[in-house]
Design a binder for this molecule. Structure first.
Ligand code: SAM
Length: 275
């Protein structure tokens, strides 16, 4: 990305990169934690799709009265929504700048930086639910294993782990996805019971229109995942039609997710239970 000092250098250091992203809000407040360089409407679309899926899963689990930890909490965009379900929300993040924004945007909330870059500053079995939205896939596979160990340390037996991650095989500059089956195997290898998964796909209408115009070839970069667009070139000036499609996507996508074929989905929310 032209104006992102940490992209394209070949050296992805999560702490440096995400602290720089914490200061980004050129295209609305979600740009720090959703798609770098995307418009506010596009990011709102991603946010609505994720929210519908995550909050539905939390309702299914029943989190009222629970202590809930968000790992990689960013600017705290989920704090008020989790509290709205009657739970206590606690956040941790690698980036102090992200935690600071979370505390500013959610006065009184508990958002703390990881100790030594890896340790969650809470005791063992302190939480009923631990969740993470688009965080693990921004860390290499070895680091993902270490993060999972920490998440499971603070999750009580019988508690729920929710992971919303990119699904696919190809990584990019700061993306390390796994296949759908790979994420399930990732949890099961730690003795977690796999409960449920739900696929996600962003900007459905735009992707469908683009595929009508593109007889063969690759899928458009924006349909791979919101985060993969962090490495895409700056978006061109959007014309009226494109802006109308983006607005439409932002309203209808959360509702038409079930119509997207399974193989086209680029993200998923996984629910696990700790025995
Ligand atoms: C794409 S943002 C998502 C933020 C938040 N989960 C949300 O949905 O709004 C990724 C977040 O994960 C954090 N992060 C990345 N790697 C991390 C790690 N190894 N440990 C803790 N947080 C990490 C970043 O600082 C950033 O806040």
């Amino acid at each position: 990305m032209q104006d992102d000092p940490h992209l394209g250098t070949g050296n992805y250091d999560p702490a440096t990169y995400w602290s720089a992203r914490a200061r980004r809000d050129a295209h609305g407040r979600f740009e720090s934690v959703c798609v770098f360089g995307a418009s506010e409407v596009e990011n709102r679309c991603a946010d609505r799709i994720q929210a519908r899926s995550l909050l539905r899963a939390m309702r299914r689990v029943g989190i009222a009265g629970s202590r809930v930890l968000e790992y990689g909490c960013g600017i705290g965009r989920w704090a008020s929504r989790v509290r709205g379900l009657g739970a206590e929300w606690v956040g941790v993040d690698l980036s102090d700048e992200m935690c600071e924004r979370a505390r500013i945007e959610n006065p009184g909330c508990d958002a703390q930086v990881l100790q030594g870059g890896t340790r969650i500053p809470h005791p063992d079995a302190a939480f009923d639910v631990v969740y993470s939205v688009t965080v693990l896939h921004h860390n290499g596979h070895e680091a993902q294993e270490e993060i999972l160990t920490e998440m499971l340390r603070v999750l009580r037996p019988g508690g729920t782990l929710l992971l919303m991650e990119a699904v696919g095989s190809a990584g990019s500059f700061n993306m390390f996805p796994r296949s759908h089956a790979g994420w399930i195997a990732f949890g099961r290898a730690r003795g977690l019971e796999f409960v449920h998964s739900e696929g996600l796909h962003y900007w459905v209408l735009r992707g469908a229109l683009a595929s009508l115009r593109r007889p063969t070839g690759r899928a458009p970069s924006e349909s791979t995942s919101p985060q993969s667009a962090t490495t895409a070139p700056p978006p061109p000036r959007r014309g009226l039609v494109r802006r109308m499609v983006d607005h439409l996507d932002s309203w209808i996508d959360p509702w038409i997710q079930p119509l997207v074929p399974e193989r086209a989905r680029t993200g998923a929310l996984f629910t696990f239970r700790k025995p």
